[in-house]
Design a protein around this ligand. Sequence first.
Ligand code: SAH
Ligand code: SF4
Length: 383
Amino acid sequence: MSTDTTRPPSLLDLDDHALEQNVAELGSPSYRAGQIRRAVYRRFALDFAEMTDLPQALRTQLSQRLRVGPAAVVGQQTSGDGSTTKLLLRLDDGELIETVLMRYDPFGKRRPRQTVCVSTQAGCAMGCTFCATGAQGFRRQLSAGEILLQVLTIARIAAGEAVADSDSLADESAAAADGSAGPSGLTNVVFMGMGEPLANYEATSAALTRLSDPEAFAMSPRRITVSTVGLVPGMRRLAADHPQVNLAISLHASDEALRNALVPVPSASLAAIVATAREHVRRTGRRVSLEYVLLAGINDAPSQASDLARLLRGLNGHVNLIPINPSPGVVGARPSRSAVLQFQAALETGGISTTVRVEKGRDIAAACGQLRGDRAPAAKAGS
Ligand code: SAH
Ligand code: SF4
């Protein structure tokens, strides 16, 4: 795979000040920076050539020193039921990552939701035994721009058209201001793809800032969720820097020995994680989610559910139960439906609210823990 080190830096990695400085250096008025931000984050223009409200000369100058995207989409698959689309993206240095769009309840009574699931690392160092990304090992950190590019690439697809007409800007602002889906129709962003977001804190935090910035992607932070394996320092920083962003903590066990076997991260003990979760609720006033992958015969006994309920007693939390999605090279089998329901019932008896996660995209290996950034045999080239 070729390595391209000659490409200019990404505009998505610049903060406001740096963008304004670039515009000033090119001798253009500062309002051009705002136009560029709107083109990128409201109309999902990933090439300066698409920013037709900028003078041609400025577009040319910008493209000589910066780029926006596009992402190299080397695979695109949609599940049989049409609910899930998975993109395989190739980064500049050849690393492959996956990004998923999930469409919920398109014909139901509730307002449809469209959620994008982003990766924060190529691979993952945490080594959870049941996870395809973990089996791959750590490859490298993603930059904030690479995280944002995933959202914007999916936003383009969700918007259903290449670039919206700039005439519709007034409507876009109105949609974003009331906290509803912006011009893309995306309603939620979850940091639940490949990698451990809090092991890449700076990039994750910068991406969160951009996504929730009213002048940028303008998504309410309450519609964004960061999922972590339980890195305590990162959880504390997240509560301080992004108190409105939802926190999901992957637990998977109700005792330390099993937790260590499934999630070999010594610094993340269950006791410390649950204490930090309680602190998070106190500091932010927001409920946390606890994720629990169910593995037949390993962590799915009703007695383990009762232990979990005890561990979480008094915590304003909600448990998401995720029957394992199988992948080659990972350990664990799916429990039967009745085992899942018994586990859920035992948790609820213990006073814990739970949901069994709705299956999405299993047939294209786009479900939780199946992302591994390789080309599935069925992947067809997309763009
Ligand atoms: N690293 C973070 C976020 C990415 S993993 C974390 O671990 O929380 C996102 C979610 O997918 C986690 O809850 C993880 O436990 C779950 N997951 C991993 N492998 C899975 C599998 N094989 N089946 C179902 N869920 C899985
Ligand atoms: Fe990493 Fe999350 Fe997979 Fe564990 S479950 S290996 S932390 S991506």
